[in-house]
Write a protein that binds this ligand. Structure first.
Ligand code: TEU
Ligand code: CA
Length: 554
């Protein structure tokens, strides 16, 4: 099977609101991104995924779209987008947009029409149901806390919203909705974009009859019961047939609730649906048994290794993996699985990068991850903007499951705002992100943790990511090599091999602050070191705190 361009790509994700402000209003924008494209090219990423840039009331920071064919006022104009796209392409950078079509904003004209009357032509663009027993049609909960239904007085019915109440779910069973979506996608593709990241695309086909689910700790059934619904793959194959197959695109489905088996269909290398998916199983390896992602759980490296290894082994040759630690919804990986201690922060950031980037799949680097950026030191709930962590804190607090102090602790570990504090460009005022008041506070550690300092320092996290990216471009064993996990039960070492023909890599990562020992297999003793995060190699078989080393045998 011939290699697809996105199998050797490295994607850089930008959250436009927090990347670079160009007009001093404290909010990132498109001209700001355009001014930073050379930085991304210098890093070596070849594709950029932009989180939503479309018109939006920003109830969920752009994931609530009120006009799919116009640019968010705060981000600039369509002319600004055209300039960004043109400059990106001139620099050899591809642009992938965020497709958010499980739901729209309630301020989209479709929904304004739909809610106006039961016989409006747009009524069935959304999911309306009669109430049951004087309440909501079923016990589904929103991902952001509370019920997934809103009672609408005007027509005495409820509408469904798996996310915020201002994000009504679109009714994909309605062929006219599919026509509208496919037409809009084609409109953007005709402008020359290079693909889509598809927001919660695994939720678009709801279970028949919308039955009650198993209630969770907040009393509601999880929105994830909608994942991989009855007509999911029918819709995606229709999208592929009518739109995607006409272009040479990178498409990545954000698939909450996707299983490995389902991923073999979503991301099959036969090109029938999508290029790849974002799975969430590995993100759940440190979830709290009751409060899930909303409480810190002890690191369980053997579980993380088991999950990632299973996805590596079972998709190999069948489908394609995405590779990620960070994005705009996840806390910073250095704070989550690495170390914020000054002595170890950069070492652990490089170790985590090595562990991910030596695997098979397309790696995604979230803005600031290439610097080893960390979570923000929140001190009060009042500082938080994130609708998801606020909504879930409200539910758990109301049920007596989380005190305010535990809520602040949760925010420090889990709030999506940890990923949304401004990009740290330099040591100056507001880290060079804005000349105005930033919409979220800048992490105080920007005075020493910033791009300007690292671009100048050869042993920085930035230059380490640059090396990892260059190695992927160069070595087939990284792109296509077969994966095997070693020492599965070791609590602190993540050790695996990649093999392609008679060439192989041995990847050793110490996920701990203590020295670990590992018997290097004979065939790797004396092998060349492909990359390592310590300046000089240590004794064979000894892994120093947070050490990563990759041996290459040919
Ligand atoms: O996220 C989907 C989703 O499930 C997230 O809520 C994610 O799983 C969660 O934050 C991690 O527990 C997408 C977007 O990435 C997110 O920013 C939006 O808020 C959400 O969809 C609704 O559009
Ligand atoms: Ca701005």
């Amino acid at each position: 099977m011939e290699e697809k361009w996105w199998q050797r790509s490295v994607v850089y994700q930008i959250y436009p609101r927090s990347f670079q402000d160009s007009n001093g209003d404290g909010i990132g924008d498109l001209p700001g991104i355009t001014s930073r494209l050379e930085y991304i090219r210098e890093l070596g990423a070849d594709t950029i995924w932009l989180s939503p840039i479309y018109k939006s009331p920003n109830d969920d920071n752009g994931y609530d779209i009120s006009d799919y064919r116009d640019i968010m006022t705060e981000f600039g104009t369509m002319a600004d987008f055209d300039a960004l796209l043109e400059k990106a392409h001139s620099l050899g950078l591809r642009i992938v947009l965020d497709l958010v079509v499980n739901h729209s904003s309630d301020e989209h004209r479709w929904f304004v029409e739909s809610r106006s009357s039961k016989d409006n032509p747009y009524r069935d663009y959304y999911i309306w149901r009669e109430g049951k027993n004087g309440g909501a049609p079923n016990n589904w909960g929103s991902c952001f806390g509370g019920s997934a239904w809103v009672y609408d007085e005007k027509t005495d019915m409820y509408y469904l919203h798996l996310f915020s109440r201002k994000q009504p779910d679109l009714n994909w069973e309605n062929p006219t909705v599919r026509d509208e979506v496919f037409d809009m996608m084609d409109w953007w593709l005709q402008k020359g974009i290079d693909g889509f990241r598809m927001d919660v695309i695994s939720l678009i086909s709801k279970p028949a009859g919308l039955p009650d689910g198993e209630p969770g700790p907040n009393g509601y059934a999880s929105f994830q019961l909608c994942a991989n619904g009855p007509r999911e793959h029918e819709y995606l194959r229709e999208m592929n047939r009518r739109v995607l197959s006409k272009y040479d695109l990178l498409t990545v489905g954000e698939c909450a609730g996707v299983t490995l088996e389902e991923a073999k269909t979503y991301a099959n290398l036969d090109g029938s649906e999508l290029s790849m998916v974002f799975q969430f199983e590995h993100m759940g390896a440190d979830f709290h048994p009751v409060l899930g992602r909303y409480a810190e759980q002890h690191k369980n490296l053997p579980l993380l290794k088991e999950i990632l290894s299973r996805w590596q082994r079972e998709l190999d040759g069948v489908a394609w993996n995405s590779l990620y630690w960070d994005n705009h919804d996840q806390p910073r990986i250095v704070s989550r699985y690495g170390s914020e201690k000054e002595a170890y922060r950069e070492l652990s950031a490089k170790m985590l990068a090595t562990c991910l980037h030596m695997m098979q799949g397309t790696p995604y680097i979230y803005q600031g991850e290439e610097l080893g950026m960390t979570n923000y030191p929140w001190t009060s709930i009042g500082q938080i903007n994130d609708i998801e962590s606020l909504g879930n804190y409200r539910d758990f607090h109301a049920k007596g499951l989380m005190t305010e102090a535990e809520g602040v602790e949760m925010m420090r570990h889990r709030s999506r705002d940890n990923a949304r504090t401004p990009m740290q460009w330099d040591a100056g005022e507001n880290a060079g992100f804005t000349t105005g008041k930033p919409w979220l506070p800048v992490n105080p550690n920007h005075t020493f943790l910033n791009a300007a300092e690292q671009v100048k320092r050869p042993d920085s996290v930035f230059h380490y990511y640059q090396k990892l990216i260059a190695l992927r471009k160069e070595l087939d064993v990284i792109v296509h090599g077969h994966y095997a996990l070693l020492a599965p039960d070791h609590p602190d070492l993540f050790v695996y091999t990649r093999t392609l023909g008679d060439e192989s890599l041995l990847v050793l990562c110490n996920f701990s602050e203590t020295e670990q020992r590992f018997e290097i297999p004979a065939e790797y003793r004396g092998a060349e070191i492909l990359i390592a995060n310590y300046p000089e190699c240590g004794p064979l078989g000894v892994l120093r705190p947070w050490e990563a080393v990759v041996y290459r045998r040919r």
